[in-house]
Design a protein around this ligand. Sequence first.
Ligand code: AMP
Ligand code: MG
Ligand code: MG
Length: 311
Amino acid sequence: MLIMASSPAVLIRLVASAYSIAQKAGMIVRSVMAGGDLGIVEKTSSVDLQTKADRLVQMSICSSLAQKFPKLTIIGEEDLPVQEVDQELIEDGQWEEILKKPCPTQYSAIKEEDLVVWVDPLDGTKEYTEGLLDNVTVLIGIAYEGRAIAGVINQPYYNYQAGADAVLGRTIWGILGLGAFGFQLNEVPDGKHIITTTRSHSSKLVNDCISAMNPDNVLRVGGAGNKIIQLIEGKASAYVFASPGCKKWDTCAPEVILCAVGGKLTDIHGNALQYHKEVKHMNSAGVLATLRNHDYYASRVPETVKKALVP
Ligand code: AMP
Ligand code: MG
Ligand code: MG
């Protein structure tokens, strides 16, 4: 008698696909830069940009996912005209190592149509255009019942200054209840308060909030994905952004990676973010993310800042 092994759960298959798709996305990001013509377009302002890489990568990710998982809801950052997608942009692979992982039981019966995928094809576009290449990430976040439950982050230029022998680029992935993989977890020494925040979308409110937290050091870098990587690698203890501007596709995948290793991401009031398909895209009440001691930072947000940032 032939006994067939049961096929992996939908969530596992989706994450395995998202991993391979994110790797291809990283290659596209590098090849557009190498080509020299970034095709920069201003969206809402001079600090809200879109490049050819943002456009191509979104087409690649959304079409690749939709082809394999036609019942998913996929929400991408870029507003693009409906068009035929070049077959060269389609990635059909599934990362084998993920297919072998067990699905956490609470997610094993999830159906494709119950999942919402939030896609930021290129996070840190402003920094990409300025050559701050390791700030750039590709973010694929997966939500179920309004919560971020799985995510993939590709960092196309990881190691780009590490010499010719180093492998360029990496992919980090995670599922709540299973863990997060593809990096070495590290913590800032106990009692040290290092805050990471925006470098290109600052404001008085952003800076007032940080000052009230009395930090030992403030890092100003691009990208939501990049800042979450700083938290899990022990370079920063809190990501503080007391401003609207960050969207659901910026926080969905990073939130999962952080939470899968015991961290927490909320708005500036300490409230959880929602990721169901009808939710407002803007994280109007800002972002507060930590690996440890979330309460320490949440309790120091000034009332004036809270009043200015309504969810
Ligand atoms: P940053 O920390 O400035 O790199 O921002 C993290 C993410 O939020 C990036 O995707 C930014 O494009 C987005 N973001 C933050 N503030 C703004 C803003 N004022 N306008 C447009 N996008 C923003
Ligand atoms: Mg972004
Ligand atoms: Mg983006």
